[in-house]
Design a protein around this ligand. Sequence first.
Ligand code: BDP
Length: 329
Amino acid sequence: MKKTLRVLFVFALTLGLVGGLSAADPKIILKLAEIHPQGYPTELADEEFARLVNLYTNGEIRVDVFPGGQLSGDEKVIIEQVKVGAIHIARVSSGALGPFNPQMNVFGLPFLFDSKTHMWDFLQGPAGQKMMTDLNKSGFYGLTWYDGGARSFYSKNPIATPEDLKGQKIRVIGSPILLKMADALGASTVNMAYGQVFGAIQTGVLDGAENNPPSLLTSNHYQVVKYYTMNEHSRLPEVLFMNLKVWNKLTAAQKQAISSAAQQTVAFQRRAWDAFEVEALNKVIEAGIIVTEVPDKSAWQAAVKPLFDVESKPYAATVKAIDAYRPKK
Ligand code: BDP
């Protein structure tokens, strides 16, 4: 085989091109990685995205969703695989994307958003959309944001105040600023793949971790911790994105179909998220977790203010854009 032909052939294989015989046979099969199990709000959105892509391309493109960390239980590995094109599409946390696309680190800043509405107003505005486009600087094509709620600490030991974190061994998502934040609060932080946290808490390697109620439930971490303190230190939006080279090879019509499909899943995902957030919290309470709400977050905010001031500097323009959407008090 001539070199160019061979290159084309290999590319066709990576893309999963399977020469369609009829209109119903997909010409392109794209693998989508999802760490969460079936039925989790982002997973439901992935499935809906796959259904719409199939519909809008008349069966020309098929998206196969691999949920439950089947392709990897570590989002860092998933992102690396998307980068090289071995996985075509993934849904991950912006926290995990930061080390690959530094602008995403901004979301690790504690108490950056006042509320869910504040976050969405920013994400859907021009600066939030530009962040999506700027994923291409890292070899990715950004498809859409999804909701990932707010993250809070949970542990085997009580966390009534920020001081209670001192000395506790806490797994923090691999977002550099979040890791520094937990360090600044005195926790002994561990950056570990999501899929390994349950075992680590169970065997005492960790005391706890931090996450939103849906993840606390579906990861089963609630079975091995006792206290969930809803300090809501960060909102890390979820991201649906794909390999840029794979995107660039698509026809204009295929790109349009994929973009529309992604856009249309946003309202769907947000509804599923809102419902599951409540359901998950109720389930962990029923299971005996002591949930403490923190309506006044000022002690937590004060404890991380020096860190915020230093760490926000490289992201000043984005923080300013986010501030512009802050609801007036
Ligand atoms: C969950 C995110 C997931 C992350 C996980 C984590 O949905 O993408 O992998 O947190 O903490 O909330 O690693």
